[in-house]
Design a protein around this ligand. Structure first.
Ligand code: ATP
Ligand code: MG
Length: 299
């Protein structure tokens, strides 16, 4: 393949992952000039361009080398990997990072009257899905002999139309299932948005760009839920207070001018700092508690 000196990232053009993917790229410091057809965005701040496509096309674009990286649901990646395996094709992409949005699960759901039955009760039934690869692998593992009915959309109405006795579809809140009088019975696969790339690195200038991109991405992912906690407290209360900080890095302690007993503490916490945490710390002797968002971090 011809050497390329720009990196190309595929993201969903419109749909559930489109906005969060664009926001994530903006936080990494990428800006783009959009083309008229809005399919290609030229990278202005860095030589990193975007291709806006249907999410189903992303694994294939990476596999054939048209795109270098892609932001896509793990479900789409795994389904197509399953189909490639079945066709005897080599692995053509891998998951590089999980991105913390677009979380959902591929679940089997049955009409309310069949709720509570074990998975083995699916034997002999028809299950409608758009994810035949993942569903068949799941059934195979459990030696359940059910018929997989492939539907490309509106899977949830299949039971009412008499096309299947159960469905296997993506669920996040469960609202769509409830609206169709279906009950989730088995989780087949858990998913969220991931960054996918080729199984081996890049042999040209893209290697450096991909490394820069991943470094910045790691910085953004690391600070997303991080908070900077600041407080003052008597020295004697510190061991207890430090133990209360949720997922904290080792804190920085500073002397307070003219005060021999109290110190100022500052720590990065990796998980949510709730009101309950603050109230507990106040009771343990902390004063002047401050919780601040972290904008950027470079380790
Ligand atoms: P496209 O036109 O790009 O093919 P689509 O209709 O296949 O779009 P969306 O419905 O936008 O795709 O979903 C994209 C991804 O969002 C899914 O593959 C999945 O990873 C994730 N997702 C999160 N929650 C849900 C949900 N409740 N239903 C469907 N997908 C979900
Ligand atoms: Mg799709």
């Amino acid at each position: 393949m011809k050497a390329r000196d720009r990196l190309r990232i595929a993201i969903q053009k419109s749909g559930r992952l489109a906005d969060p993917a664009r926001e994530l790229l903006a936080r990494i410091g990428l800006s783009f000039r959009e083309s008229r057809d809005r399919l290609f965005c030229y990278g202005e701040s860095l030589p990193i361009d975007l291709l806006l496509v249907r999410d189903d096309d992303i694994p294939g674009l990476i596999a054939e080398g048209t795109c270098d990286l892609g932001i896509v649901g793990r479900n789409v990646l795994a389904e197509q990997a399953e189909n490639r395996r079945a066709a005897g094709q080599a692995e053509a992409y891998r998951e590089l990072r999980t991105l913390g949005f677009g979380s959902c699960r591929l679940s089997i759901a049955v009409p309310q009257d069949d709720a509570g039955q074990p998975a083995s009760a699916l034997a002999g039934k028809r299950i409608a899905t758009s994810y035949p690869g993942l569903l068949e692998a799941w059934l195979r593992e459990r030696a359940i002999d059910a018929e997989v009915v492939l539907l490309s959309g509106s899977v949830e109405i299949a039971p009412r139309l008499g096309k299947a006795e159960a469905i296997c579809d993506l669920v996040s809140t469960g609202g769509t299932l409830a609206a169709n009088q279906l009950v989730e019975s088995e989780i087949v696969f858990e998913s969220e948005a991931v960054l996918a790339g080729p199984p081996d690195g890049f042999g040209d200038e893209r290697a450096g760009l991909a490394a820069l991109f991943l470094r910045r991405l790691d910085g953004v992912l690391r600070v997303r839920d991080s908070k900077l906690v600041m407080l003052q407290a008597p020295r004697t209360a510190l061991p207890a207070l430090i133990g209360m900080l949720p997922d904290a890095e080792p804190p920085t302690l500073t002397r307070i001018d003219g005060d021999a007993d109290d110190v100022a503490l500052q720590a990065i916490c990796r998980s949510a700092v709730t009101w309950q945490h603050l109230e507990d710390m106040k009771r343990a002797g902390a004063r002047g508690l401050l919780v601040l968002p972290v904008e950027r971090m470079l380790a």
